[in-house]
Design a protein around this ligand. Structure first.
Ligand SMILES: [Zn+2]
Length: 249
């Protein structure tokens, strides 16, 4: 496949606790295949406005797991589309089974009645399934089961777009599923909440450093860092990203 350029904007690179003043997880991919978000945490609309990403132009959102700092921005994206931009562009929302119910329950709690009134744009929900990669026009989305607390449906993602492959761990402690997820990718975005003490449900820096060569990705960047990691940003061998960073692939 011919390779064209894909531009990635790190809209939100923080954890669930607002560590370092960083916004919740959200990554924007722009290519000839359209515009998509990988995760859309609560603060994503604010992040998009800061980065100059136009919310009404997002075609697809892919969600790794149903925690608020990863999907809680969708009600705001819908709100913006309905009342501010009055978007007409169709929106495809992809995520673990149950995404639609969770989005609609959150939207109804935050803005009662919003989901009952019609939207001016078509919204299509698609479920992630590790056995069945999704193909939406020229976009491919593959998911891998990861280990994140009691979440039955927590996934790492492997997205193919415009000849590039981007891996994203979502939230997870180490699992060998991250190897096929990352293998041969142009970029792996890995959460790295902890530094040297493996914590349940999350990755840590020492483990990623040890596993780096097995991952087989061209480039690796760390995100979703907690206070221990943020305190050591100037001592790390692996690259990190912060809110507003852009990467050309
Ligand atoms: Zn989580």
């Amino acid at each position: 496949m011919a390779s064209t350029s894909v531009s990635l904007c790190c809209v939100g690179t923080g954890d669930a606790f607002g560590s370092g003043g960083r916004l919740n997880s959200c990554f924007h991919l722009h290519s000839t295949a359209g515009q998509m978000l990988i995760d859309c945490g609560c603060s994503s609309l604010i992040g998009m406005q800061r980065c100059g990403v136009i919310p009404a132009e997002i075609d697809t959102v892919v969600i790794s797991h149903l925690h608020g700092d990863h999907f809680g921005g969708i009600p705001y994206l819908l709100l913006e589309g309905k009342y501010a931009s009055q978007r007409t562009r169709p929106l495809t929302l992809i995520g673990p089974p149950g995404l639609q119910q969770r989005v609609e329950a959150a939207a109804d709690a935050l803005y009662p009645g919003m989901v009952d009134k019609k939207f001016n744009f078509p919204i299509k929900y698609l479920a992630l399934d590790p056995k069945q990669p999704l193909q939406i026009n020229s976009l491919q989305v593959e998911c891998f089961r990861v280990k994140h607390g009691s979440s039955k449906h927590a996934y790492g993602l492997r997205v193919g777009v415009a000849g590039k492959i981007i891996g994203y761990t979502g939230d997870t402690e180490w699992t060998d599923n991250l190897i096929p997820l990352a293998q041969g990718s142009d970029l792996l975005i890995a959460e790295c909440f902890a530094y040297d003490d493996p914590v349940p449900s999350h990755l840590d820096y020492r483990t990623l450093l040890k596993q780096r060569s097995r991952l087989g990705c061209r480039k690796l960047v760390l995100t979703h860092m907690g206070p221990e990691m943020l305190a050591r940003l100037d001592q790390l061998e692996l690259d990190t990203v912060t809110d507003g960073d852009t990467i050309k692939l």
